[in-house]
Design a protein around this ligand. Sequence first.
Ligand SMILES: Cc1ncc(COP(=O)(O)O)c(C=O)c1O
Length: 410
Amino acid sequence: MNTIAQVDIKELANEYGTPLYVYDEQKLTANYHRLKSALDKYYKKNSIHFTIKANNNISVLKAFRNAGSKVEATSPIEILLAESAGFSGDEIFYNGNYESREDLEFITSRKDIKINLDDYSSFERLLEISKTAPERISFRINPGIGRGGFEGITTAGSDAKFGIPYEMAHDAYQKAKESGVKRFGIHMMTGSNNLEPYYFAEAVDKLMMIAHDIFSGLDIIPEFVNIGGGFGVPYYDDEPELDVDLMAKLIAEIFSERCHKYGFGSPELILEPGRYLIANAGYLISQVTGVKDGYRKFVGIDAGMGTIARPSLYGAFHRVKAYDNSNPEEKVNICGQYCENSDILAKGILLPQLAEGNLVTILDAGAYCYVMASSYNSRPIPAEVMVWDGEHKLIRRRETMDDYMNLYNF
Ligand SMILES: Cc1ncc(COP(=O)(O)O)c(C=O)c1O
């Protein structure tokens, strides 16, 4: 693999150094439009809120804004980033969990954002802070079912730390209503990287039944139903893509049918995807720093667990491609330079023979990659570049040794 959006990867590495995150603007925009037009086809009153936790670069947020997206934020700084990228309050959906008083103070200082709380206890803290009930509130419900690509990205069900167990949710809404809230929504997020369209319809059906149980006795008509994100991308060559059209159709059918049955009218259907919109538009370019023939063949590169945490954090897989494909293939372990034996990016994969200085590209690195980078082993966090149509520009500079020395110099 030697180009991204018609830009030579070697040119990017020479100009900006490695390791380097690169995002293809046209690809991320196309991902947004594919999902949006599938939803529009089957249920018009929908909104997509790109989840900033997947990728918080302001240029990325601006690209999504230009495409028509709204955003989901999970912390005060994510709200500030959204505002800097030009999003207005009503385009920001805030999702907390175990929200601190400081978080809540910040959130209530913002006008019009949709506040979604993880628990009733958060609502009580919010009331103490703001003294009066907010006009509108929603709660994240744990619908009792959860599914993710693997355990570490499953976010509902009995083991999940998120959301109000659905059996307790009625009380939360009742108390919120009694304290003066006038407008309501409901939310769930059951897991990430799901590739099975029917799963989403099943989860929506469950949420709608829960919503009916909660709202029917309280005389509440929900203004919106947020079904979260979780729309997957293939990380392996032989994995199928998520059939977005079928998924949108299945979701919309069950959603409309249940809205009609339960007398909900036509609430806004909100989706807050991250991975689906940006994962495959991101690339991590890295350079081979050393090759070792030991018990196994190890190819060491300048990107590792501090640059891209997902493999060491929860065993996620990312494809790795060599810039130069002319050498014969061999089985290798790709590792970083970090002092942890879990610093292995890929085990036993076939790659053309590599030598010091060669370039490799790690695929699907747009979501949950840069944002999880750390300065472990005091290695600087990489730069980010946007590419489109043979053009490129720096969108976040690399950390430098001076940044470190300034931090420590007090
Ligand atoms: C509350 C919430 N919404 C949306 C998302 C986005 O998920 P995904 O990137 O799988 O679409 C997440 C990710 O974990 C989340 O926690």
